[in-house]
Design a protein around this ligand. Sequence first.
Ligand code: TMP
Ligand code: ASP
Length: 240
Amino acid sequence: MEKRDIVNTGKAKSLYRTDNPDFMIMEFRNDTSAFDGGKVAQLDRKGMVNNRFNAFIMDRLESAGIPTHFQQLLSARESLVKSLQMIPVECVVRNLAAGSLCRRLGIEEGIEIEPPTFELFLKNDALHDPMINESHALAFGWASADQLVRMKTLTYQVNDVLKALFADAGMLLVDYKLEFGVAGGEVVLGDEFSPDGCRIWDSETREKLDKDRFRQDLGNVVESYEIVGRRLGIDFEDTD
Ligand code: TMP
Ligand code: ASP
């Protein structure tokens, strides 16, 4: 498929049209951002690592029956994806307390959350991705009732698959954010799944191995992403 013009430049990825309107090319750049773009940096190898990581996870989710936009790896930092009409709502599930949940509700970091919570955030950096509920999404036309039900079901299914995957590799899936879109009338998982959009701790030491290393200036950001990937069985060595 031929790469055409750029459609969208996000904080860490770019999307390109192809000669087929049903497919786009997603490029993972080395750019990193946190706090809604308030803190940015370029990190060597990050684009390649996240491209590989995302491909591996999307493949596992697809095998478990979860529809995703991912088609195939194209190069070190590019993947072919299905074109989606994105739903501007971020779905977050939490298994352990961290991040904004602790800040908002005064919950102690690391406490187990049972049953895992499901939260919605409006994708809007200028407003700092405010938390919303289903009635906001319906009233303002961000998602339909059917789409909300489907997004919640799929987001919890992802939890079942990935919690076990990380646990088997000695890690805790603390929380994660998913974004969905629509293709052919079906709700499909879009965007990415990488350590940029989730929290992963070592099961024994509870060492943070995700983007909190960047947010909190803990160092070894990409190195930690690679440790997580290698524990899952991802090989990062044959590409750059
Ligand atoms: P939070 O604790 O900041 O609300 O984030 C919860 C999880 O969702 C965490 O793994 C980071 C991820 N997330 C993003 O990747 N991007 C976002 O814009 C938001 C709100 C959360
Ligand atoms: N992904 C969001 C941003 O880059 C939120 C975050 O990671 O803190 O601003």
